[in-house]
Every structure is written in structure tokens, then in C-alpha cells.
Write a protein of this length. Structure first.
Length: 298
């Protein structure tokens, strides 16, 4: 999209708010549009997200934990293992021996979205437990992909004949049928959302990381922790630097934090991206008011 790594970084610098450029730049180097999606190092990218909260995080130690878990899984496998045997081995190590489980008591704890905390506490939400499962499975030679079902992230394995196996990492690695998926949706949406085929499609690594970041952003904005929300939006923009809604979101966060020059720059960029947006006139008036206030300060 940007042609070269240098061009990507030059454009991205414009979007970085300055909360922690080292984290944002590192994340951009892992997930930017110059990187093929299937080459994004998922665990490394997730640990880089965690560095926004834990700047001195020893990422290598957590990569080694995932390596060791995969070796233990391999220990349970015969020389030639089918999907059911591999799933059983993964479930044995991750859920029975290690005790990974869904955090049902405090689902909105931000630690549920940081990979290091999930590995330390053995607690997570569907998408981060799925990430652990996916990365351990990959290291054990068992490819699985993410499935972005609304409200409850799943995993999927394709066998050599193209048959699909759906896996629920939040519920101990249980293998699900489409009917089971409808039951999950009924629990979440009170029976108001029928299962659609597109709900069970595989998602990209960028989509998976974005969903983790959006979870964090929503937690921080709900608790009015705008500074942390701003750092998260910086990371979302590292994935999709030309996302108008995220540029506007960052402008509003900057405005709330009193970062007026940055806010007006983001408002201007939003208007360039979406000149005919339904809120374009309101945004223009807001940007003009900010400029007048800044001029009075000079």
C-alpha cells in the first residue's frame, strides 16, 4: 500500500501521538501493510501490545514459554497424529495441566488482553486464549486460524480434505458444531442473533490483533482512562493508518486530554479522508474553534 518500508514509516510518523513511539514503531514494523498477513509474528505482535502497559517486558521469556508448551504437546503425540489426537494433546497440556481458563469473574479486566498476563495468570478472554492455543498449536505443527464469531472468538482447523473443526479455547478446547455456536450466540445475544455462515469464516492476523486492541480501547474509554485509550488507538492506526474512524477517535481522545494541536491535525486528516461524512460540518466547526483558541494563546 505504501510501496516501501521507508514510505510507510514516514507516513506513520504523522499518525503517532507521542505516547510511546518505540512501542508504536515496533508494532508498525510487525503489522504494517508492507508485511504479508500470514508473515505477521502473532505472539510477538501481541507481546508488543503488552509493552504499552509493561515497557520493560521481557518478550523473549514469554516466547520461550510458548515454545515449551508446544514441546509438551508434542510429547503426547504419536509419530503421525490426526486432528482429534492433536486437539486432545493441546487440551491436556493447556487446560488440564496448565489450567488455562476463561476469566468469567472479571471479563473486562484489561489484563485479559495482554498476552504476558494471560500466560502468567492462566486467565483470559476468548480471543487471547485462542491466541495462546493458536501459537502453541503452530509450534507443534498443527495450523489453526482465528474465527471472529460475534461476541465469542473461536478457532478453526482445516484437515487435508478441507473438513473444518471448530474449537472453543475459552471453554477448555471443546470442539463445537454449528448448533453449539448458535447456543453460544443465544447466551450472548438473548436469542436475537441467528448464526450466519460469515460468522464462522477465518479472520486475518491483522483482524485478530485489531479485535484485541478494540477490546482494550473500549475498556479504557468506558473507564475514562483516555491516555491509555490513546496509546491503544495509536497501535490500531499502525495496522490501518488510513482508517477515518480511528483517526477521528484519536482526535477526540487528544481533545479530551488537552492535546489541541494533535487533535486539530487529526480532525483535518479525518476530513480529507471523509469529506462527505455525516459529521463533517460538526468536525469542521470543532477544528475551527480549536484553531481560534490556539491563535489566542500566541
Amino acid at each position: 500500500m505504501w510501496g516501501t518500508t521507508r514510505a510507510l514509516r514516514a507516513c506513520y510518523h504523522k499518525f503517532v501521538s507521542g505516547n510511546d513511539k518505540s512501542v508504536a514503531e515496533t508494532f508498525a514494523s510487525l503489522v504494517g501493510q508492507h508485511v504479508d498477513d500470514d508473515r505477521i509474528p502473532l505472539s510477538r505482535a501481541a507481546l508488543t501490545i503488552a509493552r504499552a502497559e509493561y515497557p520493560d517486558l521481557d518478550m523473549e521469556s514469554y516466547e520461550r514459554q510458548l515454545d515449551l508448551l508446544a514441546r509438551r504437546v508434542a510429547h503426547f503425540l504419536p509419530h503421525v497424529a490426526d486432528a482429534s489426537q492433536t486437539i486432545a494433546a493441546l487440551n491436556q497440556v493447556l487446560f488440564r495441566e496448565e489450567g488455562f481458563r476463561g476469566n468469567r469473574d472479571d471479563y473486562h479486566d484489561p489484563r485479559n488482553s495482554f498476552l504476558n498476563d494471560v500466560l502468567d495468570r492462566k486467565l483470559g478472554i476468548p480471543i487471547t486464549l485462542a491466541l495462546v492455543y493458536m501459537e502453541v498449536a503452530r509450534r507443534a505443527g498443527f495450523p489453526v486460524v482465528g474465527v471472529g464469531m460475534p461476541g465469542h472468538f473461536l478457532l478453526k482447523h482445516y484437515d487435508v480434505d478441507g473438513r473444518e473443526t471448530l474449537i472453543d479455547a475459552f471453554n477448555g478446547g471443546r470442539v463445537l458444531s454449528p448448533r453449539d455456536c448458535q447456543e453460544r450466540l443465544d447466551e450472548i445475544y438473548a436469542g436475537q442473533l441467528p448464526l450466519q455462515p460469515e460468522f464462522l469464516l477465518a479472520v486475518s492476523r491483522r483482524q485478530m490483533l485489531t479485535r484485541i486492541l478494540n477490546n482494550l480501547k473500549n475498556i479504557y474509554t468506558a473507564t475514562r482512562n483516555f491516555r491509555k485509550a490513546l496509546a491503544v488507538v495509536d497501535l490500531i492506526l499502525a495496522i490501518y493508518p488510513r482508517s477515518p474512524e480511528d483517526v477521528k477517535q484519536r482526535a477526540l481522545l487528544r481533545y479530551s486530554l488537552g492535546q489541541m494541536r494533535g487533535a486539530v491535525e487529526d480532525f483535518d486528516d479525518y476530513l480529507k479522508m471523509s469529506p462527505d461524512a455525516s459529521d463533517a460540518d460538526e468536525i469542521r466547526h470543532t477544528a475551527l474553534a480549536i484553531r481560534r483558541n490556539l491563535a489566542n494563546l500566541n
